[in-house]
Design a protein around this ligand. Structure first.
Ligand code: URA
Length: 289
C-alpha cells in the first residue's frame, strides 16, 4: 500500500469516527480545537451576561465564529465562567426583566444575540429566531433547530420545514401568514431534545416574542414543544387536537398541538391526524375573520 492510500484510509477512518460521535456537518473552514479548552464540555461554562442585557453593546458581525480574515488561525476559546444547568432559573429571571424592554422583534433578536444564559449557544453555528410574518394570526412553535436550520439561521428550513410549509399550504396559509419559531433558538448538539433547563433559559424570549407577534392561535408542533408550552407531561397523542387557552404574561391566545412534521415523514400513516388538526385550525381562523 502506498503512503497516499494509507493516508486516505486513515482519513476515512477518522471521518467514520467523527460520524459515529455525532459530527454530521462541517461548519467552519478552519477547525476549532475543542480539546484546547480542557476537560469542560461545550456549553458547560457560559456567563450569566443576561443580567446586563440592555447595557451590553451588540455583538460584532463575526460573532458566530466566521473568521473575517482568511488564513488567520482561529482564536483559542476564551475561558468563561461556569454555567451549570441549575443556573437556568437565574438566567430566566434576569432575562425576564430585560426582555420586557424589547419593543420590536428586532430589539428582542438583538437581546438574544447578547444573551449568554443558554449553553446551546456554545455549540451552535447560528441563532434561529423566526421566519414568517412579524405579526401573525397563527404562531407555530417547534422543538429546536436542526442541522439545516443551524446552517441557515432560520427555523424549519430542512425536510421537516418543507413538509410544514406543505401542511400550511393545504389550509391556504403561506409563510407571510404565519410566524414560525422554536422553544429554543440554537441547535442542540446531535439534534437531541432540548433539556428543560435550556427551554427555561429561552422561555422569557419566547414569551415576549408571543406578545409582540400577538397571534390568535398558537400551534405547538411535536411533543417537546407541546409539553413545554402547555406545561403537561402527557404524550403528544393525548395532547394533540384539543383547544386550550394560554396566558402568557397577561397575553391570552388559543392554543393547540399537532404531530411534528419530522414524525410525519417517518410515519406517513399518522398524517390523517395532523390533517384533522389543521382543519380545526383553518375553521377557527375562518370563524374569526
Ligand atoms: N424541527 C423543529 O422542531 N424545529 C426546526 O426548526 C426544525 C426541525
Amino acid at each position: 500500500m502506498t503512503v497516499d492510500e494509507t493516508s486516505r484510509k486513515l482519513a476515512a477512518r477518522i471521518l467514520d469516527w467523527y460520524e459515529a460521535m455525532g459530527v454530521d456537518a462541517a461548519l467552519d473552514e478552519a477547525p476549532a480545537d475543542w480539546l484546547a479548552r480542557g476537560d469542560r464540555a461545550p456549553g458547560a461554562d457560559f456567563t450569566l451576561a443576561a443580567t446586563k442585557l440592555q447595557d451590553v453593546p451588540p455583538a460584532p458581525a463575526s460573532a458566530h465564529g466566521q473568521s473575517t480574515q482568511e488564513n488567520r488561525p482561529p482564536d483559542p476559546p476564551k475561558p468563561r465562567r461556569h454555567f451549570p444547568a441549575k443556573a437556568a432559573p437565574a438566567a430566566n429571571a434576569n432575562a425576564r426583566g430585560a426582555v420586557s424592554h424589547a419593543r420590536t422583534l428586532a430589539d428582542l433578536e438583538g437581546m438574544l444575540q447578547r444573551f449568554e444564559g443558554c449553553g446551546l449557544k456554545a455549540t451552535a453555528k447560528n441563532q434561529c429566531f423566526y421566519r414568517g410574518a412579524e405579526k401573525a394570526r397563527l404562531m407555530i412553535i417547534g422543538e429546536a433547530p436542526g442541522r439545516d436550520e443551524d446552517l441557515e439561521g432560520k427555523p424549519f428550513v430542512g425536510r421537516a420545514g418543507m413538509l410544514l410549509d406543505k401542511m400550511l399550504a393545504a389550509i391556504e396559509l403561506g409563510e407571510s401568514d404565519v410566524h414560525i419559531t422554536n422553544i429554543v433558538y440554537w441547535r442542540p448538539p446531535g439534534n437531541r431534545t432540548p433539556t428543560p433547563q435550556e427551554a427555561l433559559a429561552c422561555r422569557p424570549f419566547l414569551e415576549r416574542q408571543v406578545t409582540l407577534v400577538a397571534p390568535e392561535i398558537i400551534l405547538a408542533v411535536g411533543g417537546a414543544a407541546a409539553k413545554q408550552m402547555f406545561d403537561v407531561t402527557d404524550g403528544i397523542m393525548r395532547i394533540r387536537g384539543k383547544w386550550r387557552t394560554l396566558n402568557i404574561g397577561g397575553y391570552e391566545a388559543r392554543a393547540i398541538a399537532t404531530l411534528h412534521p419530522a414524525y410525519l415523514l417517518r410515519t406517513p400513516a399518522a398524517k390523517g391526524m395532523a390533517w384533522r388538526d389543521l382543519l380545526t385550525i383553518k375553521n377557527a381562523l375562518k370563524a374569526r375573520q
